[in-house]
Ligand binder design. Structure first.
Ligand code: RFL
Ligand code: PHB
Length: 392
C-alpha cells in the first residue's frame, strides 16, 4: 500500500480538476489530481469550443493564456437561422463583451503541459478510484496504480470527475437530490480541417432538425446536427453529413461551406441535470460531476469554470485565513449560477430543435419566438447577456 497526504485531493483531470489544481497550487495549497484515463485519452476528447470571460479569466490569472490569445478567436456576435433568415445577435454591441472561440482540448493541453512546472502532480491511469470518510475532517481517496493499492489522505476532496464519476454517488440519497431532463435526440458532431462557413457561429432550426456551424480556428471547423438517439455513426458517411449540414444551415452558409474528410465524428446525447447540494462534509462537487447542460448554449465548460472560481476562493480563504464562511456557501452560490445557465441552455434547446412529439402549435411557438427575437432588442439582449456569461 502506498500512502501520502495532501490538503486537497482532486478527482479528475478534466478542465474543472486542472483549473482548480492550478489555482490552489498558485496560492501555495497542496493538491494532487487523480485521473482514471491516460493523458493521450484526455487530450483526444473533442468537446466545447466557446469560452466565457470566467474561463478565459482563469487562464489569465494563472498566466497560462498566451496560446489562447495567440490562437483563439474573439467573437462579437452569434447567429440564429430560422430557415429563411439569419438573425444576428450583436453580443459585443449589446453587452460590451465578447466570447472566445478556443477548444476545450487546447485549454486542457495548456493546463496539463504547465502542471510539471507548477508543481501540480497528476496521477494518470488510477484504477478503482473511491472516496472514503467524506463525513469526517480526514477523508481519503483510494485507488490502484500499476497494481499497487494507494491511499491519499486530505482535508478536502474535490469531485471533478464528470457525470459518470464516483464522487456524486458517494453523497447519501438522504442528503442529495438530482433534477433531470433527458431530450429525445443527440448531436452528431464532426471536426474537419476546412475553413468555417461563417466568421461567427450559426445555430439553425430547420424542418429536418437543428444544426450548428462552429469552428476551432480559421482552418478548422466543427459542425453538429440533431439526430435521433437510434442513429449510428455508420448511418452518416461524410457526404451525407455535409449534404445535411448544407441543407439545414441554409443557402448562404452552404454557399461558403468547404467540405473535407472528417477528423472525428461522435454522437452525444442531450441532457439537463442538476444535483443539489454540491457540498457534503469534506466533499465538493465541481463541473459535470454536479450538473450537465445540453450543449446548445455552450455553457458546460464555462459552468465548470465558475464552480472552480467559487471553490478555489473558498479553499484559499480556508487554508490562508482559517475562514470557512465561503466553504459553507459554495454550494448555494454555485447553484444560483448553475440554474440560470440550465434555464438558458434548456430554453435555447427548446427553441432551436425539432421534437418528435411537437405539433403545429409548438412549431408556431418557435416561429413566433424567433420572429420576436429578430424584431426586439430586449429579446436579443436576453440572449446576448446569457450567451456571453452571467456575472459571478
Ligand atoms: P470532464 O471533462 O468530464 O472531466 C472529468 C474527468 O474525470 C475523469 N474521471 C475520473 N477520474 C478518476 N476516477 C474516476 N472514477 C473518474 N471518473 C471520471 C474523466 O476521465 C475526466 O478526465 O468534466 P469537467 O472537468 O467538469 O468539465 C466539464 C466539461 O468537460 C463539459 O461540461 C463540456 O465538455 C460539456 N460538453 C460540451 N460543452 C460545451 O459547452 N460545448 C460542447 O460542444 C460540448 N460537447 C460536452 C461535449 C461533454 C461531452 N461528454 C462529457 C459526454 C461533448 C461530450 C461528448
Ligand atoms: C463547439 O464548437 O463545439 C460548440 C460551440 C457552441 C456550442 C456547442 C458546441 O453551443
Amino acid at each position: 500500500m502506498s500512502k501520502k497526504s495532501t490538503q486537497v485531493a482532486i478527482i479528475g483531470a478534466g478542465p474543472a480538476g486542472l483549473m482548480l489544481g492550478h489555482l490552489l497550487r498558485q496560492a501555495g495549497i497542496e493538491a494532487v489530481i487523480i485521473e482514471r484515463q491516460n493523458q493521450a485519452h484526455v487530450l483526444s476528447r473533442i468537446r466545447a469550443g466557446v469560452l466565457e470571460t470566467v474561463t478565459t479569466g482563469i487562464l489569465e490569472q494563472l498566466d497560462l493564456a498566451e496560446r489562447m490569445h495567440a490562437k483563439g478567436l474573439p467573437h462579437s456576435g452569434v447567429k440564429l437561422a430560422d430557415g429563411e433568415r439569419l438573425i444576428r445577435i450583436d453580443i459585443e454591441g449589446l453587452t460590451g463583451r465578447t466570447v472566445m472561440v478556443y477548444g476545450q482540448t487546447e485549454l486542457t493541453r495548456d493546463l496539463i503541459d504547465a502542471a510539471p512546472y507548477r508543481d501540480l502532480e497528476i496521477i494518470w491511469e488510477a484504477e478503482d478510484v473511491a472516496v472514503h470518510d467524506i463525513e469526517s475532517d480526514a477523508p481519503c481517496v483510494k485507488f490502484t496504480k500499476d497494481g499497487i493499492e494507494s491511499r491519499i489522505e486530505a482535508r478536502f476532496i474535490a469531485g471533478c470527475d464528470g457525470f459518470h464519476g464516483v464522487s456524486r454517488p458517494a453523497i447519501p440519497d438522504s442528503v442529495g437530490r438530482p433534477y433531470e431532463k433527458v431530450y429525445p435526440f443527440g448531436w452528431l458532431g464532426v471536426l474537419a480541417d476546412v475553413p468555417p462557413c461563417n466568421h461567427e457561429l450559426i445555430y439553425a432550426n430547420h424542418a429536418n432538425g437543428f444544426a450548428l456551424a462552429s469552428q476551432r480556428s480559421l482552418t478548422r471547423s466543427r459542425y453538429y446536427i440533431q439526430v435521433p438517439l437510434t442513429e449510428k455513426l455508420e448511418d452518416w458517411p461524410d457526404d451525407r453529413l455535409w449534404d445535411e449540414l448544407a441543407l439545414r444551415l441554409g443557402p448562404d452558409a452552404a454557399a461558403h461551406m468547404t467540405r473535407g474528410p472528417a477528423l472525428e465524428k461522435s454522437i452525444a446525447p442531450l441532457r439537463s441535470f442538476v444535483f443539489e447540494p454540491m457540498h457534503h462534509g469534506s466533499l465538493f462537487l465541481v463541473g459535470d460531476a454536479a450538473h450537465i447542460v445540453p450543449p446548445t448554449g455552450a455553457k458546460g465548460l464555462n459552468l465548470a469554470a465558475s464552480d472552480v472560481a467559487y471553490l478555489s476562493a473558498a479553499l484559499i480563504a480556508f487554508f490562508s485565513e482559517n475562514d470557512s464562511d465561503a466553504i459553507a456557501t459554495y454550494s448555494e452560490k454555485a447553484l444560483a449560477r448553475v440554474w440560470k445557465a440550465e434555464r438558458f441552455s434548456w430554453s435555447l434547446t427548446m427553441l432551436m430543435h425539432r421534437f418528435p412529439d411537437d405539433g403545429v402549435f409548438d412549431r408556431r411557438m418557435q416561429v413566433a419566438q424567433l420572429d420576436y427575437i429578430a424584431s426586439s432588442e430586449a429579446a436579443q439582449m436576453e440572449i446576448a447577456e446569457n450567451y456571453v456569461g452571467l456575472p459571478l
